[in-house]
Each structure stands twice: as C-alpha cells, then as structure tokens.
Ligand binder design. Structure first.
Ligand SMILES: Cc1cc2nc3c(=O)[nH]c(=O)nc-3n(C[C@H](O)[C@H](O)[C@H](O)COP(=O)(O)OP(=O)(O)OC[C@H]3O[C@@H](n4cnc5c(N)ncnc54)[C@H](O)[C@@H]3O)c2cc1C
Length: 381
C-alpha cells in the first residue's frame, strides 16, 4: 500500500465523458489526473453528431456539416432548413486526437489496456487496483456503463448501423435523413442516414422500445431497407456501429463512493440519446463545483427531465400514437424551434406553444401517471 501512486483525481474510462472531464480539470485546476482505460487503442468506433448550437469546443473541428434535415412519416416527407442551423458530425479519432494533444505537458496520465482488479473504498481513501498496480485518490469518477437490464420493462434506444459504399452515386450529400419512420407496433423504429459523400453513408436502424433484439434482426432491417430504397444498387460494408442507450434517468449516481459520469451518470438526454453537447456542459459544472468545494455532481434542469420522462412514458404506453407524436413535432414546428427544444434552450412560453402542437390528451395522461408514480415512490423533481 505504501508504494501505491496517489493522484488527486482518477477517472475510469477514456471515452467522451472521461476525456472531457479530464480536460476541464487539468485546464482549470492544478490537480493531477489518472485515466484508466480498458481499450488497447483509440478508434473510430462511432459517429458523434450534434447541432451547431450551442457552440462547443469541437464545433469548429466537425468532419461533416449538413444544413438540410429530412423527416419521412407514412409517405409524407418534410425537408427542414433554418438559417444558421446545421447538423454536424465528428469522428471519434478527430475528437480523441485533439483532446489528447491538449493533454501534452499537463498533469494527466492515461493508461490503456487496463483491467481493474479491485476497488477498496473506505471513509478517507479510495484505492483502485488495475493490472495489479495500486492507485490512490480521494476522488474517483467512473464512466463504465451500467449493465443493461431490460427485464424491468424500461424503454431503451437501441440501434445498429452500417457504413456502406455504393457502386454508384446515389446519395444527396446536402441532406441527412434524421428519421424515416417504419411500421413497428411496439414503439418506434426509424432509419437514420448520414451521407458522407455521394456514394458513402451511415445507414442506421433505430428502435425506441422495451425489447432489445439480436444483431441479426437489425442487420436484416438494414439490408431490406437498402434494397427497397436504393434501387438494388450494389454496395459494400465498410464498418458498423451499435448502441443501447437507456431512455430513463438513473437515480443512483454514486456507487461505492465512485461518482458516475457519462452514459450511467445521466449525461445522455433520455428522450434523444444525445450527449456530445452535454458532456462539455456537465464537465464544466463538475469542475465549477470542485473549485467551489461543492459536491462534484451535475444537475439536469428539472423541466428538461420532466418533459423527457413524459415523452418516454408516452412512447412506452401509447406506441401506436408515437408516429403521430413525431409528425406533430416535426411537421408543425420550424427547425430553429425544434433544435432549441432538443438542445434544452427553449424559453418557457415557446415550450408551452410547442407542447400545444403535440397530441395533448395522451400527454396529459402520461403526465398524470408520472406524477402518480412520483407521489407513490415519494420522489421529488
Ligand atoms: C454507436 C453510438 C453512436 C452514438 N452517437 C451519438 C451521437 O451521434 N451524438 C451524441 O450526442 N451521442 C451519441 N451517442 C451517445 C453518447 O454520446 C456516447 O455513447 C458517448 O460515447 C457516451 O460517453 P461515455 O463517456 O459515457 O461513454 P464512452 O465514450 O463509451 O466511454 C466509456 C469508456 O469507458 C471504457 N471502459 C468501459 N469499461 C471499462 C473498464 N472496466 N475499465 C476501464 N475502462 C472501461 C470504454 O472502453 C470507453 O472508452 C452514441 C452512442 C453510441 C454507442
């Protein structure tokens, strides 16, 4: 024990939340940071997309920018465009390289290929044993994802995507398809298409449902979709990405006195599954609290949490009405209002006006059931 190395802060996981938080800590404090990562190396394992508003430190490094957004519901198609609103994509390696270069000559150590063997937490000290070496710190953040437990009838966003290269130019590179809704009675299923060139795109099938499927089902979905929508043109698979994201908020954000961050620390918006923008906001909030001696926690605005939970209850209870919900949201509002709403930047009166454009009766029923549950479980917002 005497030989164990001591750091002011230890972060488990060098992903989006871990690296963003480490960067914020080393930029604004003199604390030493150790990051322990399971992966052997950084790779392009997913695509991070986000709206250009509000700006974040990586907005200017986006690999792709699109200004037009397509929504398709039951043969109805809407193309949305608003001045100054763009949808951006950054490759993980662009993000990793930039953030790691800002770590140079700073008080931060990243150890890859780590296997955490043991955690010993007592009142004053926390000890982590990784690859059989001990590290001590009073403050440990943990970005390991929680185990997926879908036995509780909870809602998840689950998706599977192929990056494909077509033999011919078949894609319109100006537009992304944000949601192309499919027939699905147990929740929501839509396709998401990001064209990287006129021949190359990410084509992804996404479900909002309580049941998660085996990989083969998603793969078949994609193959059938390409057959139906791209005239049978030949294509080859370049890579794949997949994910399962909870569409609820966790109540336990400290486990063994480790502070959860990222996916299991409620950094992802339950209604959308997006967390890229939030990561910078949350890392800043934690470091603000760290500097001012408060609890190193994030606070999600109560109204956002409340609206997200109503939305998720709606999808769970009224799957047959979910497409109509999206129809109202996308076809009756403009892109600026939609993006402000999705990124939590809408003023109260505007939120109220947008809520009036949605199916009211069932939303009120979801609201009542949410309040009843909260009262029953004696929880507050
Ligand atoms: C395929 C995919 C696409 C997504 N696309 C978007 C998007 O377009 N826009 C958006 O806003 N959000 C998106 N998300 C959601 C979210 O932004 C990402 O999941 C994001 O990476 C979450 O950050 P995180 O730090 O929680 O997890 P990660 O970035 O996954 O980081 C967790 C890190 O912990 C490491 N780790 C795990 N277990 C251990 C262990 N035992 N010991 C040490 N290290 C460990 C992992 O290897 C990983 O590096 C996407 C998610 C997925 C899965």
């Amino acid at each position: 024990m005497k030989n164990s190395k001591k750091y002011d802060v230890i972060i488990i996981g060098a992903g989006l939340s871990g690296l963003t938080l480490a960067n914020e800590i080393i930029t604004r404090t003199s604390k030493s940071v150790l990051i322990l990562e399971k992966k052997k190396k950084f790779s392009n394992d997913k695509n991070w997309c986000f709206w250009n508003v509000p700006e974040n430190p990586f907005t200017k490094y986006a690999d792709n920018i699109w200004s037009k957004v397509v929504i398709k519901i039951d043969k109805k198609k809407k193309e949305l465009e608003s001045k100054g609103i763009n949808y951006l994509r950054i490759k993980p390696l662009t993000f990793y390289k930039r953030i790691l270069s800002s770590f140079k000559k700073r008080n931060v150590t990243i150890l890859m290929n780590q296997k955490i063997n043991h955690l010993n937490i007592d009142k004053n000290e926390k000890i982590i044993k990784s690859n059989n070496i001990e590290y001590k710190s009073n403050l440990i953040f943990d970005s390991r994802p929680n185990k997926i437990d879908n036995k509780k009838n909870r809602l998840f966003q689950h998706f599977y995507g192929f990056e494909v290269l077509f033999e011919k130019k078949v894609l319109d590179i100006d537009k992304i398809t944000l949601m192309d809704f499919q027939c699905f009675s147990k929740g929501i299923n839509f396709f998401y298409i990001l064209p990287f060139s006129s021949r190359r795109a990410l084509i992804e099938t996404t479900y909002f449902s309580t049941t998660i499927y085996k990989s083969n089902k998603y793969k078949k979905d994609i193959i059938n979709y390409i057959k139906k929508n791209f005239n049978g043109y030949n294509y080859k698979l370049i890579s794949k990405e997949k994910g399962i994201i909870p569409m609820f908020y966790e109540s336990n954000l400290r486990e063994n006195k480790l502070i959860k961050i990222g996916l299991s620390g409620n950094w992802i918006r339950a209604s959308t599954g997006y967390s890229f923008q939030n990561s910078f906001i949350n890392a800043k909030m934690i470091v603000d609290n760290l500097i001012s001696g408060k609890k190193e926690e994030i606070k999600i605005p109560k109204l956002i949490m409340f609206l997200d939970l109503i939305f998720c209850d709606f999808i769970t209870k009224y799957p047959a009405d979910s497409k109509y919900f999206f129809y109202c949201f996308f076809f009756k509002n403009n892109l600026t209002d939609i993006v402000n709403f999705l990124t939590g930047r809408t003023k109260f009166l505007k939120i109220f006006a947008m809520l009036l454009s949605l199916p009211k009766t069932k939303m009120i029923l979801s609201l009542i059931s949410l309040i009843k549950n909260k009262v029953k479980n004696n929880e507050s917002y």
